[in-house]
Design a protein around this ligand. Structure first.
Ligand code: A3P
Length: 306
């Protein structure tokens, strides 16, 4: 089925999730033709959950012996141009772009776990996944602002926020329902902790160094004692911080290579709990109630604050 209730974007339902109608053909091709390699690292997220940040951090960590931090690609390239989205690589209908990338590949996806190809999810598959999860109200607000900032997703009228949130609570958003998206990756991270690392945006904000170390250990390149002494983790955290990236010329003025989205639209406030500036108590409750109900019994709670 097709949903055209959102003012800015039509969504199509496929295997229990809502996909942007214009992305779905590429995602379906990816599902059928993407051949994961054992050395692949895939960064997964629901949109507006910290994808850009995770891309920057994972890229900086995994390439740290290749690039000096003082002259780093992230200083002149947007993180989305450093880590390509596998969902988009199949837009021309075949796998050649993904196959042309040299190993080890660092890729990203918004595709739900259950929709990923077998070559990624099967018991034999050795590739790894890092998922970043963010509290749902902040995701909704971040998505709302993102829509306002890019020309082809215009949602500027304020009354539409309430409308948009109602749909969000019905699971209707790009790659929604958000709770199913999060739960699928969460369950897999519990079942196969060597396969899926589950990170929370709020915990990364609170303890960035610790979480970057977890990331490095998970991918098999922990920081050495020498690196610890030289404070390499701290430098990576600094390089990938919102303040640093947001103020780079490339991110102030550039646009993404794959679309015409302004790089600046990926960097806003990065605040935990920014929903408080936008949602009244009833709106907040509507998101909390549905998320609590859906996550009940899973052992997972969203965010670190109410
Ligand atoms: P806000 O809109 O709440 O500020 P995504 O990258 O998945 O599209 O998510 C975008 C959100 O992550 C935005 O949140 C953005 O400001 C925040 N963000 C982007 N880069 C970040 C960084 N380096 N550190 C922390 N947050 C970042």
């Amino acid at each position: 089925p097709l949903c055209t209730s959102l003012p800015h974007l039509s969504l199509r339902q496929y295997q229990g999730f809502w996909f942007p109608d214009n992305w779905l053909p590429s995602i379906m091709t990816m599902q059928n033709h993407f051949k994961a390699r054992p050395t692949d690292l895939i960064l997964a997220s629901y949109p507006k959950s910290g994808t850009t940040w995770l891309k920057a951090l994972a890229f900086a960590v995994t390439t740290r012996t290749r690039y000096p931090l003082a002259d780093h690609p992230l200083l002149s390239l947007n993180p989305h141009d450093c880590v390509l989205c596998v969902d988009e690589l199949f837009a021309d209908g075949h796998a050649s772009k993904a196959e042309a990338l040299p190993s080890p590949r660092l890729l990203a996806t918004h595709t739900p776990y259950s929709v990923l190809p077998d070559s990624v999810t099967s018991a034999e598959s050795e590739c790894q996944i890092i998922y970043v999860c963010r509290e749902a109200k902040d995701v909704a607000i971040s998505g709302w602002h993102f829509g306002q900032n890019i020309p082809w997703l215009h949602v500027e009228e304020q009354h539409l926020l309430a409308e948009n949130l109602k749909l969000f609570c019905q699971g209707l958003g790009p790659f929604g329902p958000i709770w199913d998206h999060i739960l699928e990756y969460w369950r897999e991270s519990q079942r196969r902790p060597n396969k899926v690392l589950f990170l929370k945006y709020e915990e990364m904000m609170e303890k960035p160094v610790e979480n970057v170390k977890r990331l490095a250990e998970f991918v098999g390149c922990p920081f050495s004692e020498g690196e610890e002494r030289e404070k390499v983790v701290e430098e990576i955290v600094q390089l990938c911080s919102l303040e640093k990236l947001k103020n780079l010329e490339v991110n102030k003025t550039g646009t993404l290579a794959s679309t015409n989205i302004p790089n600046a639209s990926f960097f806003r406030k990065g605040e935990v709990g920014d929903w408080r500036n936008h949602l009244d108590p009833e709106m907040a409750r509507s998101v909390d109630e549905v998320c609590e109900q859906k996550l009940r019994g899973s052992g997972l709670t969203l965010g670190t604050i109410k």
